[in-house]
Design a protein around this ligand. Sequence first.
Ligand SMILES: NC(=O)c1ccc[n+]([C@@H]2O[C@H](COP(=O)([O-])OP(=O)(O)OC[C@H]3O[C@@H](n4cnc5c(N)ncnc54)[C@H](O)[C@@H]3O)[C@@H](O)[C@H]2O)c1
Ligand SMILES: O=c1ccn([C@@H]2O[C@H](COP(=O)(O)OP(=O)(O)O[C@H]3O[C@H](CO)[C@H](O)[C@H](O)[C@H]3O)[C@@H](O)[C@H]2O)c(=O)[nH]1
Length: 329
Amino acid sequence: MCSTILVTGGAGYVGSHVCLALSQAGFTPVVYDNLSNGHAAFVQWGDLEIGDIRDGARLDAVIARHRPVAVLHFAALIEVGESVKAPGRFYDNNVVGALTLIEAARRGGIGAMVFSSTCATYGDPVYLPMDEAHPQAPLTPYGRSKLMVEQALADYSTYAGFRSVCLRYFNAAGADEEGRIGERHHPETHAIPLALQTALGQRQGFKLFGDDYDTRDGTAVRDYVHVMDLADAHVRALKYLLDGGETTVFNLGAGTGTTVAELIDTIRRTTNRPFPVETAPRRPGDAPCLVADNRRAREVLGWQPTRTLDDIVRTAWRWHAAEREALEV
Ligand SMILES: NC(=O)c1ccc[n+]([C@@H]2O[C@H](COP(=O)([O-])OP(=O)(O)OC[C@H]3O[C@@H](n4cnc5c(N)ncnc54)[C@H](O)[C@@H]3O)[C@@H](O)[C@H]2O)c1
Ligand SMILES: O=c1ccn([C@@H]2O[C@H](COP(=O)(O)OP(=O)(O)O[C@H]3O[C@H](CO)[C@H](O)[C@H](O)[C@H]3O)[C@@H](O)[C@H]2O)c(=O)[nH]1
């Protein structure tokens, strides 16, 4: 089997790791990315086609050239804080872009898509852990842009026979075991890379946002899932669709909650560097606790997250330390 898969946003963090997993599973990824936040050097397992998902004609040409059998759609603007400042950019890129892509896929004879959604579509938790039936009330334009695409995909399935799997990630983290690719966001807002860059001396100190939450140590709880476990789930979701599976949604989280204080302890232990941490006010829009109920992905896809928080921090540390070294050369 060497079916070609169109991977939008495949030059970014999660998409590049999924390309690695696709190639290991015998698929041929073709990355479609405008490189606004991606890196050509992350495209190592197939061709790179530079283009924007809002450019239907360019998509038509790429689909005609490579004849993919399905689309994995990662391309999006992802910064939650930016989305509050510039909602129009997010709706244009994430919603108009997704609709343009779906239409191009259909014109090109593609009948299935795996879509990167997020736990941010749930908003504040009503109950924990959160399953896929949890109410969806996003707190930001970013989360709402993702929910709108989920809803459009549901209608495309019902009324046009275009099948999809929406994968709602919790906190993607970690890196390729061999250090070939990793997390490189500009600007970086995620806790793990920021703490590791502080441990490396690239940042002054780590700001811990809020120690007055109603959690076991007062800091916010998140569900960190290794990016290669996420990648494995994408390959499974793709095979599910190629086998004729019907449109559905899965949570992708490890199912375990970690507080920010516990995360910092793990990072200090792994790096063996006692970097400075300063408590700061809560970050606006942050939920106190987000943990996935991942039973559905386990049962339907046979998915099993196998990497621990230690694996996440170890692989991320290796990646960020190598990035730091590269800067010194
Ligand atoms: N990182 C996380 O923890 C997380 C959590 C939940 C959901 N997600 C979702 O996963 C997906 C990937 O996230 P990531 O962390 O890898 O982000 P990323 O910024 O590293 O990757 C996104 C990629 O999409 C490309 N892109 C953006 N807009 C484009 C456009 N209009 N046309 C073509 N390419 C475009 C960027 O250049 C980049 O390579 C996103 O859809 C994001 O919303 C990520
Ligand atoms: O410098 C920092 C950065 C983060 N945090 C804390 O660490 C936890 C994790 O924060 P991240 O920014 O790493 O991740 P989020 O949970 O905010 O974000 C995740 O969920 C978002 C939606 O809520 C988006 O989907 C995003 O892409 C995804 O990583 C939060 O409690 C946050 O307040 C800090 O204390 N200091």
